[in-house]
Ligand binder design. Structure first.
Ligand code: NCD
Length: 380
């Protein structure tokens, strides 16, 4: 990466990396250069910056996860779900002394709500900011100063942002403050959506009773800009012998960076433009996605890639159909009306999101073991 900052200038302010650096070029340059030094570190150094005392502290990228972390989260999610089912309220007090800011600068319904409910489940105090630009931007305050200020009122930050590198930016801001609070990435641009990756993994793991080696995933739709695809594909590469088919038109094929990452870790990758019907019988998991047209281009979905009702029959015994949602016309609407169909997993998947986020927050604040132990005690 070059060392000079090529800002884009809008309404008298300076932008780089889709982040606002303020109205003064000198200050903007000074800050952005420092950030650039941070992101120019090796992936391993960045990973280490996200750890604290041997535990993952900033949950920003799927590539920072290992199987033991994922297992811990899944076990905690399952325990939290079971404890709540028995109407036991003890989880509610676990994080009542903690507060969290849900800072969502991009539209969100399910991620926002499931985080908010997960926080409520743990008794956390929570606030939301949906658009930082309205206040600070008009006064020329940089996103750096703004984030540092608002973070100082809370114990954790959950953020979603259109910038591909906002997760790194938020960690960098925290690292430079005297009060480093955990950052949880709830979606950064086209690149990563690690908490969706975790809830998808939890769904897959529960569906296959933990037997995940050698599974075949068929990702369909916008594999280029679907950040949920990137996160899940990276997570699944942790398991031996997994295969990943990416079914998409050329221009929406999986990006080189993700492909390289998962191939290096042993996943066999197949990039296909064939109709979904021709490959459907190979899949253990079919993972549908919508066209991410908010990033430009056409929103039209190729009919060859629609999941039709008949495909449920063509899928292998025990296989599942997933979708991170929101969906449009990628899935035959009749499928929504099938009750408790064992292959139709996308509604359950949504609900799993809340439990996965309960587990994640509990992990971040070090109370996850208490949830698992509590469940063990209840079982006996
Ligand atoms: C996804 C996202 O925001 O990336 N939604 C979600 O969080 N479940 C997928 C999408 O918007 O298509």
């Amino acid at each position: 990466m070059k060392n000079s900052i090529e800002f884009s200038e809008k309404e008298g302010g300076f932008y780089w990396g889709n982040i606002y650096w303020g109205k003064n070029k000198k200050v903007a340059e000074f800050d952005a250069k420092k950030f650039k030094e941070f992101i120019n570190q090796s992936p391993e150094e960045i990973k280490q910056a996200c750890y604290k005392e041997g535990r993952l502290n900033h949950i920003i990228r799927a590539e920072h996860f290992d199987l033991s972390f994922l297992e811990t989260i899944c076990e905690t999610a399952r325990a939290a779900r079971k404890v709540a089912k028995l109407e036991d309220k003890s989880i509610k007090k676990l994080l009542s002394s903690k507060s969290v800011l849900n800072f969502f600068a991009q539209p969100s319904q399910r991620t926002f709500l499931s985080f908010s409910l997960a926080e409520a489940h743990l008794g956390m105090r929570r606030e939301e900011v949906r658009d930082i630009r309205t206040s600070s931007f008009s006064k020329g305050e940089s996103e750096k100063d703004s984030l540092r200020t608002i973070s100082s009122y809370f114990d954790a930050l959950v953020c979603r942002n259109p910038s591909d590198i906002y997760d790194l930016f938020a960690v960098w801001v925290m690292k430079n403050s005297d009060r480093e609070i955990p950052v949880i990435n709830a979606g950064s641009g086209k690149r990563e959506h690690p908490t969706q990756g975790i809830l998808d993994y939890y769904t897959v793991r529960e569906s296959f009773k933990g037997e995940l080696e050698g599974r075949t995933f068929v990702y369909v739709g916008d594999c280029a800009r679907g950040r949920t695809v990137h996160s899940l594909a990276k997570i699944m590469a942790l398991h031996k012998g997994t295969e990943a088919y990416f079914i998409a038109p050329e221009e929406l094929q999986i990006d080189e960076e993700t492909e390289k990452y998962i191939v290096e870790r042993g996943t066999k990758v197949f990039k296909e433009t064939k109709p979904l019907k021709e490959l459907i019988n190979l899949a253990d998991v079919v993972y549908m996605t919508r066209i991410q047209d908010e990033h430009g281009g056409e929103g039209e979905y190729n009919q060859d890639y629609v999941f039709s009702l008949e495909m449920l029959e063509l899928m292998k015994e025990g296989s599942i159909l997933m979708h991170p949602m929101p969906k449009r016309d990628e899935i035959d609407p009749r499928i929504d009306y099938l009750k408790k169909h064992p292959k139709v997993m996308y509604w359950r998947q949504q609900r799993n999101g809340m439990w996965a986020r309960v587990a994640l927050l509990a992990y971040v604040f070090g109370v996850d073991e208490q949830i698992r132990k509590h469940y063990q005690r209840m079982k006996v």
